[in-house]
Design a protein around this ligand. Structure first.
Ligand code: MG
Length: 375
């Protein structure tokens, strides 16, 4: 049987010199004994996986409202796709697969219901109360809100995992670990590929329209899939080939950047002026155009906008109702209003909701003519 010390030794022997090793973890805010059988990052991963916030990702919107179809990505399946990409690339680059996996599993824990629309609305409602964004909320969930143990608030994750969740407030910190950089790239890679796929599946995007996009035109010629209308099998082929192309390019370009940088340790990554996990210049340009295309043609499609409006109205109504009648807050949230501003507690409650829970609560306090649109 392998002990934690054996697993740590195996990491040191098999991973690249610039990988983040669990034996050199920067420790936890509340010191605790490490496991006899799991590395520090394994423990982090297991703690993230067993949170209620993780289970709720299942019924939260990615792009398409959770209730609108059984085959679209949800926040949970998106998270699992990010995890898959991050683990694959981590293995090929000799990075710490477990740390990458942990950050991937936790990266969207702070997403409110109704996707980015929900985030925008909550940020607006919280203007004057510190605002709202899903990255800070993810850190708040793992550091404060989830409380599996009485000894400390939050999950007491390693500082390495927490730093991996610190995507934007990095003033003076330098780039994050290569594992954290990889999860950021895997996030964008996964949503680009699956939003194109869900866009086609839903009929909101057409193959003919996509062929005007340079990335798609190149993908189409790489795979030999032509013609204005796609079969189900061709759509799957394109999605699979796109994933393989992006992952292959990201791995090769990142490897070249790491080798070119000459770094020989994980600590050296933080002293560099820029990130090392990157695409080739050619794919970077194609992906930039693709982001603009998706924004204009999918995220702002009128049928998506209908769902955005519905989610916005639901959250706005619930926010004001709870601010006026805090007695509707469940006991564990009401207790917290003694120590924290009511608006923040209401925001935490709303942000934690699944789409379904928010729609149900809205239906139970608002006039009954509401229903989810069927797309
Ligand atoms: Mg994400």
């Amino acid at each position: 049987m392998l002990s934690r010390a054996d697993l740590e030794a195996r990491e040191a022997q098999t991973l690249a010199p610039y990988a983040t090793l669990s034996q050199w973890s920067r420790g936890r805010e509340y010191p605790e004994a490490e496991s006899a059988t799991r590395t520090a990052f394994q423990k982090d991963r297991d703690r993230v996986l067993h949170t209620t916030a993780f289970r709720r990702l299942e019924a939260k919107t990615q792009v398409f409202l959770n209730a609108s179809g059984d085959h679209y990505r949800t926040r949970l399946t998106h998270t699992l796709e990010v995890q898959q990409v991050a683990r694959s690339v981590a293995l090929n680059l000799g990075l710490n697969e477990t740390l990458a996996e942990t950050v991937a599993l936790a990266h969207d824990l702070g997403h409110p219901p109704f996707g980015h629309a929900g985030e925008r609305v909550l940020n607006g409602l919280m203007a004057g109360h510190g605002g709202f964004d899903h990255n800070s909320q993810a850190r708040r969930i793992v550091s404060v809100l989830e409380q599996p143990k009485a000894e400390y608030p939050g999950l007491n994750l390693t500082l390495d995992t927490l730093d991996g969740l610190n995507k934007h407030d990095r003033a003076g910190l330098g780039p994050p670990s290569l594992e954290a950089q990889l999860v950021d790239a895997a996030d964008a890679l996964a949503y680009t590929a699956h939003d194109l796929d869900d866009g086609l599946r839903s009929g909101l995007l057409s193959h003919a329209q996509l062929l005007e996009l340079p990335l798609w035109a190149e993908l189409s010629s790489r795979t030999g899939v032509a013609g204005a209308v796609l079969s189900e099998g061709q759509r799957r082929t394109l999605h699979r080939e796109l994933l393989g192309w992006l992952i292959g390019d990201l791995t090769a370009a990142s490897d070249a950047a790491i080798v070119g940088s000459g770094i020989g340790s994980a600590a050296a990554v933080q002293t560099l002026p820029a990130r090392l996990i990157t695409y080739s210049p050619h794919l970077r340009a194609l992906l930039r155009d693709t982001g603009v295309f998706l924004k204009e043609n999918l995220y702002r499609h009128w049928r998506v906008e209908m769902q955005v409006e519905q989610g916005s109205r639901v959250l706005t109504t619930l926010f004001h109702a709870l601010m006026q009648h805090p007695s509707m807050l469940p006991p564990q949230f009401r207790e917290r209003t003694e120590a924290e501003e009511l608006a923040r507690v209401v925001c935490d409650y709303l942000a934690g909701m699944t789409d379904r829970y928010a729609l149900d609560m809205h239906a139970s306090i608002a006039p009954p003519a509401q229903h989810a649109p069927h797309f």
